[in-house]
Design a protein around this ligand. Structure first.
Ligand code: SF4
Ligand code: SF4
Ligand code: SF4
Length: 392
């Protein structure tokens, strides 16, 4: 009981601080072309603090992770569900990496891969069945995606913040960004779904270890690592565990010991493959805004449950355009981080597309009053302003 009261109090304080900070930004930042971007940066930083709250208010949680460092993961949020332990943490569809210490929630890609294979979680700490865990993860993924859609990408995802910080650094160095051709951009957009499908199928097959008596993968250490294949190439994992290692929250020597193969090719934490991919994504995202988001399978999954079929109708956050007010100035196209072109090209109405990360930079920069609008549950909550006149 005391634990619940303490947790509620902590959550209330966190929400109050975030609201107060947001209000302060809205009052202090006067420039209408910067206000929302400043608010977004603040929310992104606050979201990272909440996602890795265990580092701030830890250490507590399960003893079994104590060898990782001073801030064991799996803090109490999500530890109890269905009246039984749920030790992996609740789903959040952002890169709240499973392997990072002190996180309050878990990356849904890790959960889908893990819960899909039958060998996972048979130890006594897992009192929920694999099917229950899979149902909870998919259920939360769908509900959260319908409510927030890719707003999670624009405002919450820690890896999205990392790419935005790289963009800010590039701008500070006065280096011009590169743009991809529409064809390449579209190709990356489609590839997201192939990547997630390929990795989930691979994870399922490898997790079965054998089909019709034919061994697919041995009980070896390599086998265990490869059962979660996407995490072997994910650029977010090395970023988070390296930062936590540098801050002294995770033991880098221990992480490096959890690898096998020449050059620590594969393993649980820091592997050479992950680090090389993080390096490539870092350089790429420095020059090309939100590069990884254009191919990210997690962004694709969120889009799948918010921008397609019946989900498109019921998703709550939408970007709309009033065609008569659009002068085709092209600003929305120029300022869009993932180079979405539909807001510029489409006729009026709902112009939200699966590659839009709902950052609302286009709305902030559109210089025509009420031309672009953000709606929540059908109600307008933010609209473009005539900032050209304001500057006169
Ligand atoms: S390695 Fe990547 S995909 Fe795997 S749990 Fe971490 S963030 Fe998610
Ligand atoms: S697309 Fe992927 S990396 Fe980008 S913000 Fe969304 S979840 Fe994060
Ligand atoms: S279309 Fe607008 S809201 Fe969507 S990603 Fe581009 S700038 Fe952000």
């Amino acid at each position: 009981m005391l634990e619940i009261i303490a947790e509620t109090l902590r959550a209330t304080i966190a929400v109050a601080l975030i609201l107060a900070g947001s209000l302060a930004i809205l009052i202090w930042v006067r420039n209408n072309t910067r206000k929302l971007s400043a608010l977004r940066l603040f929310i992104q930083i606050a979201a990272v603090a909440v996602i890795f709250l265990g580092l701030i208010i830890g250490p507590f949680g399960l003893e079994r992770w104590s060898y990782l460092g001073t801030a064991p993961k799996d803090i109490t949020i999500g530890k109890e569900i269905l009246g039984r332990p749920y030790p992996d943490g609740l789903t959040v569809p952002t890169f709240s990496c499973y392997y990072a210490s002190g996180r309050t929630a878990t990356c849904v890609i890790w959960q889908l891969q893990s819960y899909l294979f039958p060998n996972y979680g048979t130890s006594s700490i897992y009192l929920t069945t694999g099917l229950e865990r899979l149902a909870i993860a998919v259920g939360l993924l769908v509900v959260i995606s319908v409510i927030f859609g890719r707003f999670l990408c624009g405002w919450i995802c820690p890896f999205g913040l990392y790419m935005d910080l790289l963009t800010r650094l590039r701008k500070a160095l006065k280096i011009r960004h590169w743009t991809l051709s529409d064809r390449v951009n579209e190709g990356l957009r489609q590839a997201r779904y192939l990547i997630i499908a390929a990795f989930l199928i691979l994870s399922f097959l490898l997790g079965m270890r054998a089909i019709a008596g034919v061994e697919l993968i041995s009980e070896s250490e390599l086998g265990r690592y490869l059962e979660i294949p996407f995490c072997q190439i994910c650029p977010a994992k090395p970023l988070f565990v390296l930062v936590e290692g540098a801050l002294g929250f995770m033991d880098v020597d221990y992480m490096l010991s959890q690898t096998i193969g020449d050059f620590a090719l594969t393993g649980w934490y820091l592997t050479s493959i992950n680090i090389v991919i993080l390096g490539v994504v870092t350089v790429g995202s420095f020059m090309i805004r939100r590069l990884w988001c254009r191919i990210c399978p997690l962004g694709g999954l969120i889009a799948l449950f918010s921008r397609f079929g019946p989900f498109k109708k019921i998703s709550l956050i939408k970007l709309t355009k009033v065609e008569e007010k659009c002068t085709k100035c092209g600003i929305c196209k120029r300022v869009c981080p993932p180079q979405v072109t539909e807001v510029y090209e489409d006729k009026g109405g709902d112009v939200t597309v699966s590659s839009c990360i709902l950052c609302f930079r286009c709305v902030e920069m559109c210089p025509y009053e009420g031309c672009l609008n953000v709606e929540f549950a059908g109600k307008p909550i933010y609209k473009s302003k005539n900032w050209l006149n304001e500057e006169e």
